[in-house]
Design a protein around this ligand. Structure first.
Ligand code: UDP
Length: 323
């Protein structure tokens, strides 16, 4: 099969490219290299079955040209990272809502299967965990710019489902929970790459807030496999499916775990949210996926636990720092 991955030079996109190529697909990547990096796909391009187009998903003629050439579309291109979202809200909203509209229009024109990567952010501050796909969403005020991301992604989901409802365009939506692994630079503040880098340098590990907020971290390899399985699953058409890992940990315990695995004895410090992000920020206390639908549709199960993930990231970061 020939597939298009928008955002394919990004962290998740490049792992998905590798996963789909190993299943025999030829891959076209459309990426503006804003947060994506050429290094992520350089080796795959050399194998000869991946082609990169450096351009934006907001350009209808470029997107149309790409979609026409392929049999299916994974739409990953998106602003990403809490810090980027807070600092560049216009780019965030325009790229997410505008880009998805453009890609969906071309998919509708050529009747191409479309998979949207959405996000666990759309659940917002819901207090009842685990989060299941049909749960209500709890959003903060529009003066807190963080929520622009969740709302823009929710609009993407509405638009995607609207194409399914009105014309039965074969769409799928994956809601990704925190995803980590080798290759994630965390330049826009993702917690695990930040903590690992701090620990390896022997710098203080900066825990924001009281550190009792929780997250669950999935290995990007598991998530990439889940995405490709969803695209291959006819029953997933028109559905929203959580992908992630349900092993929950507080951010403070995560900092301790990373400090111990890195073995550098770095100090752990608590930083108030206002100091870390300025105004415009709001955090959620707990975030845990309900993975039952992914399990029943595609037999999804996280094969790597948190320690596996952390060891992988520490090894990758060590090699990067040495090189
Ligand atoms: N966080 C932290 N220190 C950092 C970066 C993040 O304590 O240097 C916290 C952040 O406030 C949040 C959690 O770690 O509670 C996960 O943050 P991340 O930005 O990775 O993703 P999120 O789950 O918030 O989208």
């Amino acid at each position: 099969m020939r597939i298009l991955i928008t955002g394919g030079a990004g962290f998740v996109g490049s792992h998905l490219a590798s996963e789909t190529m190993s299943r025999g697909d030829d891959v076209l990547v459309l990426d503006d290299l804003s947060t994506g990096r050429y290094e992520n796909i350089e080796a795959l391009e050399r194998e000869g079955r991946l082609r990169l187009v450096v351009d934006t998903v907001n350009d209808p003629s470029i997107v149309d040209e790409c979609v026409k050439q392929v049999d299916a579309v994974y739409h990953l291109a998106s602003a990403v990272g809490v810090r980027l979202i807070i600092e560049q809200p216009v780019r965030t909203i325009e790229s997410i809502v505008g880009g998805t509209d453009v890609v969906l229009r071309s998919c509708a024109r050529y009747r191409r299967p479309f998979l949207l990567t959405s996000t666990s952010e759309v659940y917002g501050k819901g207090a009842r965990v685990p989060f299941a796909e049909d749960d209500d969403r709890v959003m903060g005020a529009t003066t807190k710019r963080r929520w622009s991301y969740a709302c823009a992604k929710a609009l993407d989901e509405f638009l995607t489902l609207a194409h399914w409802y009105e014309s039965r365009l074969p769409v799928r939506i994956a809601r990704l929970f925190n995803t980590v692994g080798p290759g994630q630079t965390g330049q826009y503040g993702m917690v695990i790459p930040s903590f690992v880098r701090q620990a390896l340098r022997g710098d203080p590990i900066t825990v924001f807030g009281d550190g009792r907020q929780t997250r669950c971290f999935a290995h990007v390899g598991d998530v990439a496999r889940g995405l490709a399985d969803l695209m291959a699953c006819p029953e997933a058409k028109g559905r929203i499916v959580n992908l992630g890992n349900d092993e929950e940990i507080t951010i403070l315990a995560l900092a301790e775990r990373i400090r111990d695995l890195a073995g550098t004895g770095a100090e752990i410090v608590l930083i108030p949210y206002e100091e870390a992000y300025g105004e415009g920020f709001d955090d959620m206390r707990r975030r845990v996926p309900d993975l039952r639908q992914a399990a029943s549709l595609i037999g999804y199960r996280a094969t790597k636990n948190l320690d596996d993930v952390l060891r992988d990231v520490i090894a990758w970061e060590r090699a990067r720092m040495a090189g």
